[in-house]
Ligand binder design. Sequence first.
Ligand code: C2E
Ligand code: MG
Ligand code: MG
Ligand code: MG
Length: 286
Amino acid sequence: AAKRAGGNRLEIFNDEMRVAVQQRITAESRLRQALDGDRVATLPVWFQPIVSPATGLIVGAEALVRMWTTEGELLAPGHFIPTAEETGLVVPLGEHVLAEALRHLHRWRHELGYVSVNVSPRQLSEPDFVPKLARMLAVSGLDDPSRLVLEITETALLSNSLDLRNRLHAIKALGVRIALDDFGTGYSSLTWLQSVPADIVKLDRSFVAGLADDTRKASIISAVLWLAHSLNMSVVAEGVEDLADWEALRAAECPAIQGYFFSPPVTADDFHQMLTPARGVTLEAA
Ligand code: C2E
Ligand code: MG
Ligand code: MG
Ligand code: MG
């Protein structure tokens, strides 16, 4: 029979792809709308405490963005950061998060040591990233630029260009600190440890959650703590979800931890509630 030969082979744009493209377009227009409107309301910046396991005191906070949809749904960054990254909208989005983080740190300056902000590869590669950062710091009223930490993922550092390294050194020259986010998940972590002027290593939660019952994880953590210490870097262990892990990290003398066990990310107002002297807060930088 004379079939429509090749008909199926030519149908490269199938339903699944149509849906994916549709979702991408929706996500992009949503994000554009949010950025054009009231950013502070539609793109709220939440905060998750970073805590000293030895003292239980809050030493810093990571700023984590969220997005309200017009349908009243609160989206986690996993639902819109990839689109933001692909479209370049992560540049204005990142600026908004940085501005909000600095504004809140100023409000909490007597109660909070530092705030940590995620910077995407796309943002970091913008030619005017460093001068913009310098301007924002200058108007922030911040007494000490080391109270701002920029979190960079290893994937952001894949292009080990001279340009990128110069940029990281320019950021450090401003006095801002750099953290290597999701440390250990990239394929060349040790290379980056050697070549990037980072101050903090954020150990990915895949090495952390359940470490109390897993001697291999515990060994990896001890080794990273030792290595970081030798390199004069601090460590934040991410994804601490239970008391056993907290205690194991305290016993290992891990300087700082972050995770659901102490608190998930919360609104700025809820975070402010945690910063009461009763809860115990220190300005010691970890
Ligand atoms: P990240 O920078 O590694 O942030 C930590 C993520 O782990 C957060 O997810 C946080 O809610 C989650 N987390 C914290 N403690 C625990 C725990 O104990 N258990 C588990 N299972 N998860 C925990 P979130 O807020 O959904 O953010 C996801 C990612 O989105 C972030 O990962 C970061 O890469 C990105 N992101 C968030 N905000 C921004 C932003 O403003 N700009 C950029 N470029 N990326 C952002
Ligand atoms: Mg982060
Ligand atoms: Mg992280
Ligand atoms: Mg992570």
